[in-house]
Design a protein around this ligand. Structure first.
Ligand SMILES: Cc1cc2nc3c(=O)[nH]c(=O)nc-3n(C[C@H](O)[C@H](O)[C@H](O)COP(=O)(O)O)c2cc1C
Length: 170
């Protein structure tokens, strides 16, 4: 499968089977996170992996969008490490996390593992539940796992806008 085939085939999995993600595959997904580009190579991405029964019980209190996944990643960025533009002060943390999370989604798909980007959580509740230090900012949850047999792409998956609406040639 080439990259565009993978990008077109990947969809947000919203129903996971009970089969858990193997350790070696999880390591590869986390390696894709490690290799992701970040502004000024500051590498502020920090990932928490919910795997134990106790951790997953906590995760389920944080979002209704975990879809039965038995592994959940939380992407944060470190405010003390992230690059911000010197004059307009725009912080690159969300972008850095978004790239890392996308790397994870695409590497997972290549390994036959589905995922769903989730922003339906309250950052303050996440911070409190995990007792995160003040410098960490939660950006995305990523439940990952093998799709259930009857999992299917949602209607929005096929609703990509035409290229002319998204791209303007100058
Ligand atoms: C920033 C962001 C936030 C999202 N938050 C959620 C979410 O909270 N719950 C959910 O089920 N899907 C969420 N999604 C998944 C999108 O709904 C999905 O990617 C989009 O509808 C396209 O469908 P596809 O991923 O199947 O191609 C999110 C995606 C992005 C990029």
């Amino acid at each position: 499968m080439n990259f565009l085939e993978l990008a077109a085939e990947r969809y947000s999995v919203r129903k996971f089977s009970e089969r858990s993600v193997e350790e070696d595959k999880l390591k590869l997904i986390l390696e894709a996170v490690r290799l992701s580009p970040t502004a000024v190579n500051r590498q502020p991405q920090r990932v928490f992996v919910f795997r134990s029964a106790e951790a997953l019980e906590t995760a389920r209190t944080l979002s209704p969008c975990l879809y039965g996944a038995s592994t959940v990643l939380l992407f944060c960025y470190d405010k003390d490490t992230v690059w911000s533009h010197p004059t307009d002060h725009a912080c690159s943390g969300e972008v850095d996390c978004a790239i890392a999370c996308t790397h994870a989604m695409l590497e997972a798909w290549e390994l036959g593992i589905g995922s769903c980007w989730v922003r339906f959580f309250e950052a303050e509740k996440v911070k409190a539940a995990l007792q995160l230090p003040e410098n960490l900012v939660p950006v995305a949850l990523l439940p990952i796992g093998y799709a259930a047999e009857d999992a299917a792409p949602g209607p929005q998956h096929a609703a990509s806008k035409p290229i002319d609406e998204l791209v303007k040639m100058l």
